[in-house]
Write a protein that binds this ligand. Structure first.
Ligand SMILES: C[S@@+](CC[C@H](N)C(=O)[O-])C[C@H]1O[C@@H](n2cnc3c(N)ncnc32)[C@H](O)[C@@H]1O
Length: 286
């Protein structure tokens, strides 16, 4: 330990003006809106990183990020501390149940030339992507189409994407999975459970900031799964992002978002799915 006295130092107080500056930077670059009540959370997240850099001044650190020669690299590291990355396998069972039904309904349209294409937006460390992969495999294996799907996971944070690509999870993280899933889709290793290479082959991960979807490929997908991401954004921005996701959905495709993440949003090309257990929409065919 280089300077134990330093790590024990109390956090400097952030002024209202400094908070506003950081709040604006975060929202401009990620869309995440931090309400005033979350100031202490911002402060402690910044401090964790500032301690590593032995920097004691919020302003100095801000200037480093915005104007410094290594600003972009530092921002990429910081963003990992500022975003909520909580996730787990099959986090929303009702949503996954609905996706399974949807995949079932699409089986006649899926073949090698037209594999099922699923996008997990804001995928964090990959549990959502691998849950979708296991689910697709289970449903499609009933008709020998078990390999005719591809799941893309995207996130703004490079470190979580690296974890996702690695696909290694502790026994605590996989304890929600039954023995069949563990045996079929994971290899047990000294450090935990590793997603089998053949499952990984059907997934891919890429850095995409949802504020910049317009710069990503125009690919249209069968399913877009976007949960627990929009909740951090202001309402107008949630709507704007959803409108862009609709453009990336195939006619007849499914858009699934988290319960309560959007209210009173309609889109002329979408039909809402009836029922109270999921917030989902199907894109009209014409
Ligand atoms: C709470 S996690 C949700 C993970 C997963 N979807 C789930 O429901 O379990 C939110 C994820 O969104 C990512 N995120 C935040 N802002 C983003 C942005 N502007 N673009 C893309 N991903 C973002 C975070 O890095 C984080 O991994």
């Amino acid at each position: 330990m280089s300077s134990p006295g330093w790590t024990l130092q109390a956090l400097p107080q952030m002024s209202d003006q400094q908070f506003q500056q950081w709040q604006e930077l975060l929202e401009d670059r990620t869309g995440i809106f931090l309400a005033e009540q979350r100031k202490s959370l911002l402060q402690s997240s910044l401090m964790t990183r500032m301690r590593e850099l032995e920097c004691t001044d919020y302003q100095e650190y801000y200037d480093q990020i915005v104007h410094g020669p290594m600003g972009r690299i530092e921002w990429a590291k910081l963003i990992d501390r500022l975003t909520v990355q909580e996730t787990r396998f099959f986090r929303d069972p009702e949503a996954f149940k609905y996706v399974a039904q949807f995949i079932q309904s699409q089986r006649d349209h899926i073949d090698r030339k037209n594999p099922l294409d699923i996008w997990s937006v804001g995928c964090s460390s990959g549990e959502e992507v691998y849950s979708l992969a296991m689910l697709a495999h289970e449903v499609l294996s009933q008709t020998d189409q078990q390999e005719e799907f591809m799941i893309t996971g995207t996130d703004i944070s490079v470190p979580v994407l690296n974890k996702a690509r690695e696909g290694l999870y502790s026994s605590r993280r996989v304890e929600v999975l039954n023995q069949h899933y563990l045996d079929t889709y994971f290899d047990e290793e000294p450090k935990g459970y590793s997603v089998k290479p053949e499952v990984k082959r059907q997934t891919c991960f890429a850095q995409v900031n949802v504020l910049e979807i317009d710069q990503s490929p125009q690919t249209q997908r069968h399913i877009i799964y976007c949960q627990n991401l929009l909740i951090y954004f202001r309402r107008w921005r949630r709507q704007e992002i959803l409108n862009q996701l609709v453009d990336r959905l195939l006619p007849g495709g499914l858009l699934l978002i988290g319960m309560g993440e959007i209210v009173e949003w309609q889109h002329p090309q979408l039909t809402p799915v009836k029922g109270e257990s999921v917030t989902a929409f199907i894109k009209r065919k014409i």
